[in-house]
Design a protein around this ligand. Structure first.
Ligand code: GDP
Ligand code: MG
Length: 423
């Protein structure tokens, strides 16, 4: 059985939390795209963990975790992330972590180039996490990167690196007028991490195909959401990879396999970190109250997230693009402080009411059309069944389900593993 867990919105829907919960029934969890620009917060009986590169199944002893070819991996960051988890008592060995030989290495100079370009853009910046993600994906398609498999052969990576550093320095010096990077330092960096990670690097495509043949259950974990997808998101304020479910088999290493389920993680309100159009955005005291209630500060960067009401237009689009078979609605408890809850049910664009998500460049002109529903105004974080929920809370969920056009199967009412309801 193959299931993909994906974001319906702008990211930070609580994918990590739901993967941690739902992976109980799975043998393998694979991350299939992105890098350490992701921040997935998982709270369970072993503590609170922030995962950037590692699949969220890493916190379960019986789950094998795979980092797929669609990922870009900053080895220095991975080293520190593993260290943090091991300090928290998590055991990680080549038996429960496998890194694709075809995953791309995010080098220190990619971080540098990300910063140089954001600084050059000034006020027109993309709102990058400055972790090198867009430069390294650009280089992947320019065919100017090292991949994990190269690390298994020193003669190969030494030769590739020499070419790459010469090429990158042309850009760093002549385009940005910055200091060149040192080949010796980059080589030392690679030598260090080649030694650390060599036993984790493998042909995960073969591994996953064999696992599937043996009847193992495989879960694919996305980073970010539909609206940050490089093709279908709010381009150019997207991530640089494909965040959608259809890419999961490709980015994990099994393009020959088909997904059985796509679980869309959808937030009970909206949040968006970084730049770009965000039609339903709230400002001032209203935004402040929602941000506080939801703890909306980036897990990877600490940046305050922009917030707004649930956006039916964007969410329905996200569900369509993802091809969801069911939805997990997260953070319903956050709205408990409101007496009345706003929902964005349409957009108004050039004087017309629209229900389909427009071409991204037109979004700056779109205005939200708001409906207000009655809140429940009490603590629901202890509710564990549908019957425990106040009528207004269940009505709100049903209204979102109707607007979204997809069955809501799970509702989460807290960050802890067991704080959820099955509808
Ligand atoms: P991801 O990037 O999609 O994995 O989401 P993040 O981890 O960046 O952001 C979700 C945040 O909400 C995390 O801090 C979670 O611990 C928290 N969270 C997840 N589900 C719930 C929920 O149902 N209620 C509350 N209050 N917090 C939640
Ligand atoms: Mg996140």
């Amino acid at each position: 059985m193959l299931t993909s867990i994906v974001g319906i919105n702008w990211g930070d829907e609580g994918k990590g939390r739901m993967v941690d919960l739902l992976s109980e029934e799975y043998d393998i969890v694979c991350r299939y795209q992105g890098g350490n620009n992701a921040g997935h917060t998982v709270v369970n009986d072993r503590g609170k963990f922030i995962l950037n590169l590692l699949p969220s199944g890493i916190l379960r002893e019986n789950v094998v975790n795979v980092m797929g070819n669609g990922m870009v991996i900053d080895l220095e960051h991975l080293h520190h992330e593993l260290q943090r988890l091991r300090d928290g008592g998590i055991i990680i060995t080549p038996a429960n972590l496998k890194i694709s030989d075809k995953a791309v290495i995010c080098m220190p100079y990619h971080r540098l180039l990300d910063c140089l370009e954001e600084d050059r853009l000034g006020d027109a910046k993309y709102g990058s996490t400055r972790r090198g993600i867009s430069p390294v994906y650009g280089d992947k398609y320019m065919k100017k990167v090292l991949r994990m498999g190269d690390l298994l052969h020193r003669d190969i990576y030494t030769a590739i690196l020499e070419n790459l550093v010469a090429y990158k320095n042309l850009i760093i010096q002549n385009v940005y007028g910055s200091e060149p990077v040192s080949y010796e330092e980059m080589l030392q960096w690679l030598d260090t991490y080649a030694a650390e990670f060599k036993d984790y690097i493998t042909d995960v495509s073969l591994y996953l195909n064999q696992a599937e043949q043996e009847g193992k259950k495989i879960m694919f974990e996305a980073q970010l959401g539909a609206l940050r997808d490089i093709d279908f998101g709010i381009y150019p304020y997207t991530s640089s990879s494909s965040t959608i479910a259809a890419y999961a088999p490709v980015g994990a290493g099994v393009p020959n396999l088909k997904l059985d389920h796509v679980i869309g993680i959808m937030k009970a309100y909206s949040s968006c970190v970084g730049e770009g159009p965000f039609t339903c955005e709230l400002f001032g005291a209203e935004a402040e109250a929602l941000r506080e209630a939801g703890g909306e500060y980036g897990a990877a960067t600490g940046r305050p997230r922009r917030v707004g009401p649930f956006d039916a237009v964007a969410s329905r689009y996200g569900i369509r693009i993802q091809g969801c078979t069911e939805i997990a609605l997260t953070k319903l408890d956050v709205l408990s402080y409101l007496e009345e809850i706003p929902i964005c049910i349409h957009y108004e664009l050039d004087g017309k009411i629209i229900d389909e998500f427009p071409y991204p460049a037109l979004l700056t002109k779109a205005k939200p059309v708001i409906e207000t529903v009655k809140g429940w105004h009490c603590d629901i974080s202890k509710c564990r069944t549908k019957e425990d929920l106040p009528k207004e809370a269940l009505d709100y969920v049903r209204r979102l389900e109707q607007l979204a056009g997809c069955h809501i199967k799970y509702v989460s009412v807290g960050a802890e593993r067991d704080a959820y309801i099955i509808l």
